[in-house]
Design a protein around this ligand. Structure first.
Ligand code: FAD
Ligand code: E0Q
Length: 455
């Protein structure tokens, strides 16, 4: 029997991991990636951009046999270090102890490692090959190299992991409308850098944290890199009154703005003006599709199917979860990819919608309410309930970041728990006013126990 072939478009984070998992399950996999081979030419742009890797992504990497190798190249983050406008920064731990932490990883290093692993598993990688069009009736695609030279490729089963601007999605949508909806956040971002410390300290600020400077309608964050630098991201409204990217047209304006609103951060970013002027403003949107596939011929995964805003640090983690689900479904499906694709969408779409909603909510939470007394009281009461009744209360952040409970479950359960906290607190900003015995009784009376967690 000949091995079934799969053509993957996009060798980014999700495409590279998908390719490796499918090759390990016996498929003949070819990947077409627009950019040149990052292992030979360096990553495009050459800037160090990093991401937070959490339990869901780590679990997918474990199933690929890559978790240990990836963890070698990360910096542990124990919690958020919140830098208020006035006063000292303070650490809000993500979990109970160092068993519940997240990991900062370089996008370039991770992508290279995943491509290496895909190749080692027998995947054929083609770089500098950009999808131009897909003829879904004839089941072939057109690809162009960097000079525009085109080639055809037979593709009976296509998987699109070509990111938020997916070309395969456009081709599928032209063939049979997918019901695409893009909701722009109206805020953009700019990436900047804190270089490694010059003195005895390799890191200029606390290395084992995700730093946040919340400022109400906007914020800065910083994630550590293994070399000692931090990647800083400034999130701001794209347009409108000051401050927005409209009112900060250049590095000089940005410098004056940071001087006013982020005075402790500004001196840490020596190349602010140059970087601000040379880096583009990134856009942020949520992408919803009615359909992710065309029968058994083409399917979208990762950001191509469900790009979300980055404020929960779950886009890659969610895409990695996708890859394991799909690899298992395809391996079980025999030759019926239409069934596998339909089942994939049935299982994953409610979860993608849930993390999309939670990521949007987390922007408000991060930039604003981490400093709000009512929010802090709710957090405090939640923490006490989780301690007193761990089978009945678990913070939503914890379900999302440290468990494999479906995102849709975390979203629903989180909403129910939140309603209860609101009822118990009745607007109070002091968790100490609530009787814990009564609260636990109310909790157990209204909500079923949480599912038992898999190891
Ligand atoms: P991509 O990583 O975009 O990869 C797509 C690949 O397809 C690329 O290699 C591209 O070159 C290639 N391609 C594109 N077009 C074509 C074409 N026509 N033909 C062939 N190849 C093509 N997620 C987290 O989990 N944690 C975080 O902390 C986090 N932080 C983020 C911060 C920011 C500012 C942003 C914007 C996102 C963040 N994310 C984070 C989300 C994460 O970046 C994405 O979810 C993830 O990169 C999706 O992977 P992907 O492979 O689907 O898409
Ligand atoms: C995480 C880890 C880009 C980004 C990535 C993240 C997080 C945030 C704020 C941002 C959410 C949190 N968070 O700290 O609640 O947990 O990945 Cl802005």
């Amino acid at each position: 029997m000949t091995r079934q072939s799969i053509t993957l478009i996009g060798g980014g984070l999700v495409g590279a991991l998908m390719a490796q998992l499918l090759a390990r399950r016996g498929f003949a996999v070819e990947v077409f990636e627009k950019r040149p081979d990052p292992r030979r030419f360096g990553f495009l742009g050459g800037r160090s951009i990093n991401l937070a890797l959490a339990e869901r992504g780590l679990q997918a990497l474990r199933s690929a046999g890559l978790a240990e190798d990836v963890l070698q190249q990360t910096v542990m983050m124990r919690g958020r270090m919140v830098h208020p406008r006035e006063g000292a920064p303070s650490l809000q731990r993500y979990g109970v102890d160092d068993s519940e932490v997240i990991w900062s990883v370089s996008r370039a290093a991770l992508n290279k490692l995943l491509l290496e692993a895909a190749e080692a598993a027998g995947v054929t990688l083609h770089f500098g090959q950009s999808l131009v069009s897909a003829d879904l009736d004839r089941q072939r695609v057109v690809l162009a190299d960097e000079h525009g030279t085109q080639r055809h490729h037979e593709a009976s089963m296509l998987i699109g992991a070509d990111g938020a601007g997916s070309a395969l999605r456009a081709a599928m949508d032209a063939y049979a409308p997918l019901g695409i909806r893009v909701e722009s956040l109206g805020h953009g971002y700019k990436e900047l850098e804190i270089p490694p410390g010059s003195g005895a300290e390799r890191f200029a600020i606390e290395p084992h944290a995700l730093h946040i400077w919340p400022r109400g309608r906007y914020m800065c964050i910083a994630l550590p890199n293994t070399e000692g630098s931090f990647t800083v991201t400034l999130f701001l409204p794209a347009h409108g009154p000051h401050p927005s990217f409209d009112t900060l047209p250049d590095g000089a304006a940005a410098e004056a703005f940071l001087h006013e609103d982020f005075p402790d951060l500004l001196p840490q970013i020596p190349r602010l003006a140059e970087d601000y002027d040379s880096h583009p403003v990134g856009t942020l949107s949520t992408l919803y599709l009615d359909r992710w596939h065309i029968d058994g011929r083409a399917l979208l995964i990762g950001d191509a199917a469900h790009a979300i805003v980055p404020f929960h640090g779950q886009g890659m983690n969610c895409g990695f979860e996708d890859t394991v689900v799909l690899a298992d479904l395809l391996a079980e499906s025999g030759h019926d990819s239409a069934d596998a694709f339909a089942e994939f969408q049935r299982v994953r779409q409610p979860n993608a919608n849930a993390i999309a909603a939670m990521a949007l909510e987390n922007y408000i939470e991060m930039r604003d309410s981490v400093a709000d007394p009512h929010y802090l009281a709710k957090r405090e009461l939640g923490a006490r309930l989780a301690e007193r009744a761990p089978r009945h209360f678990m913070a939503r952040y914890r379900m999302v970041t440290f468990t494999h409970l479906p995102y849709a479950y975390a979203y629903e359960r989180g909403r129910a728990q939140d309603q209860l906290l609101e009822q118990l607190l009745r607007g109070s900003t002091d968790a100490g006013t609530v009787s814990l015995d009564a609260a636990v009784a109310a909790l157990q009376a209204t909500l079923p126990p949480l599912p038992r967690l898999r190891a």
